[in-house]
Design a binder for this molecule. Structure first.
Ligand code: SF4
Length: 363
């Protein structure tokens, strides 16, 4: 369990439901929230084995929507983990929840990274997504975080939203850059079954525009000093997300909370999304026991998400397998889908957009 040093906690409450959301979430309800906190504590006590923790990520849902007393209760539960000295401790926030009192609690419990769900500043697109965000307000909130020495800030940006055009996207990018933050995660809108947008049969933008938008984001952020280190993630030097790198490096991690996923002792598991089952202590929904080949496949699928890709020597050290013998890599290097350079195999930056097709050929 030497790699087991990361923790993800899922908080399934939101004050408003976004039209594209298929995460595990329910509308904020104090009665359920109390039960959630009790069950979360029990789940952690049952499964956590006192490993030294390097990264904690509390996501959701909207962890920031709790009132201060409940928010502190959550932070107290998390405070019981055996934290490493340089821990990266992230909480997802909705902009409207950032205030002096919450920041005091963040400081008190050692939270040092904030991830803010913005998606877009465009009011028409926000209405489609059923979200709020206001540029002037966010500017003030980010200043407040920075004034309190919380500088490691991520913003989530969504693109390829129905009816969005390139100039809308450029406008969002300009605004985000002006906020002088350290990390940007990007997502293209996907219509997941069961969501409001899916049921409304909302038309998506064309694949061609989607690809143009992706390239616009990559070029724009690179020109503005961001390192493109993972297919959808950009960071100022030294601010790459250590927590997400746990996933992409195929390292093990705990997942606590309804709907959370974890990876422990060669088992990938998903917790139930059913709150009643979770409250009754029936945490697991699904378990996948991995063979060595499965683990190597994950190493490839996740590792190639990183722009630097996979180091072949590290792969050999980990699995005692030559990656070239095990996977059909040569033809993909020949057709320039993959690049092999300085012991690293990575996806040709010009072909990142068709990464899934490349992976299918590989696995
Ligand atoms: S996208 Fe996030 S904030 Fe919106 S409903 Fe889903 S979990 Fe809640």
């Amino acid at each position: 369990m030497s790699n087991l040093s990361s923790i993800y906690i899922h908080v399934p409450f939101c004050t408003k439901i976004c039209s594209y959301c298929d995460f595990c979430k329910v509308l904020y309800d104090e009665k359920w929230l109390r039960k959630y906190l009790t069950s979360l504590e029990k789940e952690i006590n049952l499964r956590y084995k006192s490993n030294k923790i390097k990264t904690i990520y509390i996501g959701g849902g909207t962890p920031s929507c709790f009132d201060n007393a409940f928010f502190e209760q959550l932070l107290k539960i998390v405070a019981t983990f055996n934290k490493g000295k340089d821990i990266e401790y992230t909480i997802e926030f909705n902009p409207e929840d950032i205030n002096e009192n919450k920041i005091k609690l963040l400081k008190k419990y050692g939270v040092n990274r904030i991830s803010i769900g913005i998606q877009t500043f465009n009011k028409t697109l926000l209405a489609i997504l059923n979200r709020n965000s206001d540029y002037e307000d966010i500017k003030k909130k980010i200043k407040l975080l920075k004034d309190n020495n919380i500088n490691n800030i991520n913003i989530d940006l969504m693109y390829a939203i129905s009816n969005q055009c390139l100039s809308d996207l450029k406008d969002d990018l300009e605004k985000i850059i002006s906020l002088d933050i350290r990390h940007i995660s990007t997502y293209s809108l996907i219509l997941e079954k069961g969501t409001v947008l899916y049921n409304k049969k909302m038309p998506l933008i064309s694949e061609e525009t989607d690809a143009k938008m992706y390239n616009t984001i990559v070029n724009f952020l690179k020109t503005h000093g961001f390192c493109h280190y993972e297919i959808s993630n950009f960071a100022k030097k030294g601010y790459e997300s250590k927590h997400n790198l746990t996933y992409w490096n195929n390292n093990e991690y705990y997942g606590f909370g309804p709907g959370a996923s974890g990876y422990i002792n060669n088992v990938r598991y998903t917790n139930t999304r059913n709150l009643n089952k979770y409250f009754n202590g029936n945490y697991f929904f699904d378990k996948e026991i991995l063979t060595k080949k499965d683990v190597m496949n994950y190493e490839i699928i996740l590792g190639l998400r990183k722009i630097k890709g996979i180091n072949v020597k590290d792969f050999y050290a980990k699995y005692k397998v030559n990656i070239f013998d095990e996977y059909n890599i040569e033809p993909l290097i020949k057709d320039k889908s993959l690049i092999f350079e300085k012991d690293n195999i990575y996806i040709n930056p010009d072909k990142l957009y068709i990464m899934n097709e490349i992976l299918i050929k590989l696995i």
